[in-house]
Design a protein around this ligand. Structure first.
Ligand SMILES: [Mg+2]
Length: 206
């Protein structure tokens, strides 16, 4: 196979590489027990994408957000990795990039140490992990690492790729459908990462 010395592919984490819903729902449940709140964790875990600060702004006054986020992140450090599993084709997608001589870059809104914990728990090894990035902030990391494409499951992921001027690859394993992601500017959308190795080959030979 042709080797590409400077090939970097960016991937979102939640619902792109891993199904993190059980870990998120369990963390909200523990947070509710700790604070006596009734945040609908199951519901929120079905809408992963926005930052934790944004999500919690619906349930707490502004001055409490930072403290609650700290609680969430410390609980998630334990429950998050335990409640994460590989999405179909994630391992094969990483291997396809490496087989072409490239590097895998994970860019996520998740707190970076917790992103590492989740990746370790499912056995995915990325060359670079950039945490705490959402929407346009993901574009900066894509540009910084000269990524060729960004793979993600949400409209902000597609926008980040477009802002960075690179190929926006949607994967319909999260809350958004293929049609919706195409409407948000995706160059193409896969049903799952199982399609990625073939798509990568097409991208590299174009
Ligand atoms: Mg995601």
């Amino acid at each position: 196979m042709t080797q590409f010395a400077h090939l970097v592919i960016g991937f979102d984490l939640d619902m792109t590489l891993i199904d993190s819903r059980p870990g998120v729902a369990n963390t909200f449940e523990a947070l509710n027990r700790l604070l006596g709140t009734s945040i609908p964790g199951d519901e929120l875990s079905e809408q992963l994408g926005p930052t934790l600060e944004t999500v919690l702004a619906d349930y707490f006054p502004p001055e409490e957000i930072d403290g609650v986020c700290d609680h969430f992140r410390s609980i998630y450090a334990d429950l998050g990795p335990k409640g994460s599993s590989l999405l179909p084709g994630a391992l094969e997608a990483f291997e396809a990039v490496e087989a072409a001589g490239g590097k895998n870059l994970v860019i996520t809104a998740k707190f970076e140490p917790n992103a590492h914990r989740c990746l370790d728990a499912v056995g995915l090894k990325a060359a670079h992990v950039v945490g705490w990035r959402h929407g346009p902030a993901k574009a900066d990391a894509l540009i910084e690492h000269s990524a060729l494409a960004y793979v993600g499951d949400t409209p902000p992921d597609m926008h980040a790729a477009l802002v960075a001027g690179i190929t926006a690859i949607g994967v319909a394993t999260g809350p958004w459908s293929a049609t919706e992601l195409m409407g948000e500017g995706a160059n193409f959308v896969m049903a799952s990462l199982l399609e990625f190795p073939e798509r990568l080959n097409a991208l590299l030979s174009s």
